[in-house]
Design a protein around this ligand. Structure first.
Ligand code: NCD
Length: 329
């Protein structure tokens, strides 16, 4: 394999370039192949048994948490967790920065999910000033970024389109709460790495994509359009990426929008409009975005996408550990 690109903290998707994505996806393929045999799986487990992964998840999570845990276990890592902030000394008044420094004393990588935006960046900047600058992986920062989800999304799209030219030249429709959906925000940044991608943002007026992402797309000459017509978008798209209304943020911003989501509910009638090689994705959990009656159509990739998360995170942890073996104590 070619030279491994450097990666330490994983905070947003802005930093990733095409060589990084290609390397990560190739490594992910190799890891999932290896894991198919007991010998291969055991070999993977023998790679990093002397390293520890901390999962600091103070916001609800099923798949991201479990897939990071499984990814660490795939590599033989020991995994520690804090999921309930009431079990952290932060309840005794310890600052977040002291807490994160404490975690860094005992582990080699910290994956963190928090309701606040930018906290992973701040944690990484803080640890970088200490003698144990352990890598931070952002596993979801409020309504802002979810970089590892975007990596597994790109992997899923690339795999689905491997016989038809990958992501280059494709039209991707992102649907739902684009304003607070961190998955689509992170995925949009990654589009700069592909040629001739066209984006369609499909949302109710209240949940349109934010200007910071639209500015980024304009700067990178990535064409996009905005609409509230799901059927039109589905007929044009190669990939349809559905998302949930992120109403857990309503309390935080004081805006409890009563939105009619029915026009954005993807049903078998939409499948009938989708291209034969088109795909449907969703980061999950789902509510009223995708009718489960669609799940058996092979173009609906949501469960593969979910499992791909474990493989991509396994590859990412391996790359980070390879790069940071020489952390000075
Ligand atoms: C997403 C998240 O947490 O942002 N879920 C996930 O990580 N797979 C999407 C969501 O919660 O709607």
């Amino acid at each position: 394999m070619e030279q491994m690109p450097k990666v330490k903290h994983v905070l947003t998707t802005k930093e990733f370039d095409r060589p990084f994505l290609d390397y990560l996806c190739n490594l992910t393929n190799r890891i999932r192949e290896m894991h198919r045999t007991p010998e291969g799986a055991l070999k993977l487990r023998s790679l990093w048994p002397h390293k520890r992964l901390m999962l600091y998840f103070t916001q609800p999570s099923s798949r991201t948490f479990l897939s990071f845990l499984a990814a660490g276990q795939n590599l033989g890592m020991d995994c520690a967790e804090i999921r309930d902030p009431r079990t952290s000394s932060e309840v005794k008044g310890e600052s977040f920065f002291d807490a994160i420094r404490t975690f860094s004393s005992y582990v080699d990588i910290i994956a963190m999910r928090t309701p606040e935006r930018n906290l992973a960046e701040q944690a990484a900047a803080h640890l970088d000033q200490t003698p144990r600058p352990v890598p931070i992986i952002n596993a979801g920062s409020g309504p802002d970024q979810h970089p590892t989800q975007a990596l597994l999304d790109v992997y899923t799209i690339l795999r689905s389109f491997k016989e038809i030219g990958g992501i280059d030249g494709k039209t991707i429709a992102m649907v739902g709460d684009l304003k607070r959906g961190r998955t689509v925000r992170s995925l949009s940044y990654l589009m700069k790495n592909f040629h001739d991608v066209n984006l369609i943002f499909v949302s109710p007026e209240q949940f349109k994509m934010e200007d910071d992402i639209l500015d980024f797309l304009r700067r990178h000459h990535i064409p996009y359009s905005e609409t509230d017509q799901l059927k039109d978008a589905v007929a044009q798209a190669d990939a349809v990426y559905l998302t949930r209304i992120q109403d857990e943020h309503d309390q935080m911003v004081g805006a409890s929008a009563q939105v009619d989501y029915q026009p954005f509910y993807f049903t078998p009638a939409h499948l009938a409009l989708l291209k034969p090689r088109g795909i449907v994705m969703h980061p999950l959990p789902r509510r009223q975005e995708l009718d489960p009656a669609c799940d058996s159509d092979p173009r609906v990739k949501i469960w593969r996408q979910e499992r791909n998360g474990m493989w991509v995170r396994t590859a990412l942890l391996h790359m980070i550990l390879k790069n940071t073996e020489e952390i000075s104590l």
